[in-house]
Write a protein that binds this ligand. Structure first.
Ligand SMILES: [Zn+2]
Length: 164
């Protein structure tokens, strides 16, 4: 009757870290990230010991552990996941200090294209970030923010500043 003994050979051979939703390899995240960001319903599924994060844009799965197996879709999280909605400018890219693509674009229009990454780097250096419990990917956002800033600089027409 108990599932706890079912994690035997049959399942172990499928445990190569690939997402059950899209087949991409997921990065390992600390279980504490799931504990912080899952809804009540998500928590009831049980936080696995070795969860992985799927960043694939159109894949509904956010976390999984194929050794259990268990999976968590985005509606079981209390936040929306940036890598699942790269086109939605209101979804945070920095969850600790609340930067969205819209905020990064606004700063670029004020000729401060690196304002977000400069600010985040300062706070990280001061030890004030909380990526493992705030960011669904469970790690620092700085690389993603810098990449977004480069994209905004490359793609944002100067005329946008006059639109408001
Ligand atoms: Zn996936």
């Amino acid at each position: 009757v108990s599932d706890c003994c079912a994690t035997g050979n049959a399942l172990a051979e499928g445990s190569d870290g690939t997402c059950p939703g899209c087949g991409a390899r997921g990065a390992r995240v600390d279980p504490v990230t799931l504990k912080a960001l899952l809804t009540a319903e998500g928590l009831r599924r049980g936080v696995p010991a070795f969860p992985r994060f799927c960043a694939t844009r159109d894949c509904p799965v956010v976390y999984f552990d194929d050794a259990v197996p268990v999976r968590f879709e985005e509606d079981l999280l209390t936040v929306r996941v940036h890598s699942k909605h790269p086109e939605d400018e209101r979804v945070p890219v920095c969850y600790c200090f609340d930067y969205t693509t819209a905020a990064i674009r606004a700063a670029a229009e004020l000729r401060m294209p690196h304002a977000a990454s400069d600010d985040i780097a300062r706070e990280v250096k001061a030890g004030r970030c909380a990526c493992e419990v705030k960011n669904p990917k469970g790690s620092c956002c700085l690389g993603d923010v810098s990449k977004l800033e480069r994209n905004v600089i490359a793609g944002a027409p100067a005329a946008r500043a006059e639109e408001r």
